[in-house]
Design a protein around this ligand. Sequence first.
Ligand code: AMP
Ligand code: TRP
Length: 337
Amino acid sequence: MNGETQKKQVVLTCAQPTGKLHLGNYLGAVKNWVSLMEGRECYFGVVDMHAITIPYVPAELRKNVYDCAAQYIACGLDPDKCNIFLQSSVVGHAELAWILGCICPIGNLERMTQYKDKARKHKDALNSGLLYYPVLMAADILIYDADLVPVGEDQKQHIELTRDLAQKFNFKYSDTFKLPEPYIPQSGARVMSLQTPASKMSKSDPNQSGTLYITDSADTLRKKIMSAVTDSEGGVKYAPDSKPGVSNLMGIFSAITGKSYAEIENEFEGKGYGDFKKSVADAVISHLEPVRLRYEEISSDKKYIEEVLKRGGEAAQRRANRLMSKVFRKVGFMRFE
Ligand code: AMP
Ligand code: TRP
């Protein structure tokens, strides 16, 4: 590695392998990761160790890992320009999490919003891994000495804990970790359900016709968009409080075409919702068509996906090793060559 490469900003983010990606995941997360790839050193993790904190089936987890990696690549994460890795294949995440756990007050973990939400949902299967989840996430970030962590708004609290733990460690054992910055996107950060635009587009929405999946066929996408809930007032105007359905469609249209709300309002002045929805459907379909075709091509090629994860994992391991040697030395552990 030459000096030039070493100065590159390091970007790290991860997602749990939880099945199909929807348009919210794409516009709010993955599309932005793609835009960060140029000129930076990027690590994108599929975090299977986080996925076992709630009830799961091992065979499904394995299938979801392949699927998740295939969808990332289909969305534009180029394995030649970034490192896509599987968390459990890199030695160090769990070790660092243990070390950070030993300087993390339990109260800080009990206060985490995501923990409280999930603990309520999984009352009967509550395990200590779920409480410890944010410490493992802090290790995921700190082990790569990352500068930038692109995440959704919901992960901000976890990044704050990460910075806090890095500071605690640096204070106790001397300067070791860089304090990472969260990177939260401006547009597409909150895509709402097409059927109940008051709630976020989600995989677990009981009304699945409100959720657009990136691998849905053109027909399905068009049907879902044409039957999106609007209002009886008419007029393509951005007003999230009084016209949440139309405003959500405008948000999607804007994130995909790059047009501002004012430009969209002008373009559809005097036109009905039917015309507008047709344009939204055309834009979404033509944007997602290449993604779906590429997904279909890659997802049947397990060998290729394994190759990508292996290569990404090796690069991730090399970077993780650098920091872990330092950490071991500082905390008083030994390595016998
Ligand atoms: P999740 O599917 O909740 O694990 O989220 C994966 C990523 O997608 C995170 O960065 C979330 O912030 C983002 N995300 C999830 N749902 C939405 C949504 N409806 N709108 C925008 N971003 C979302
Ligand atoms: N907790 C994140 C989520 O639910 C996933 C995650 C795990 C993550 N480790 C990370 C995100 C490290 C960014 C960096 O979406």
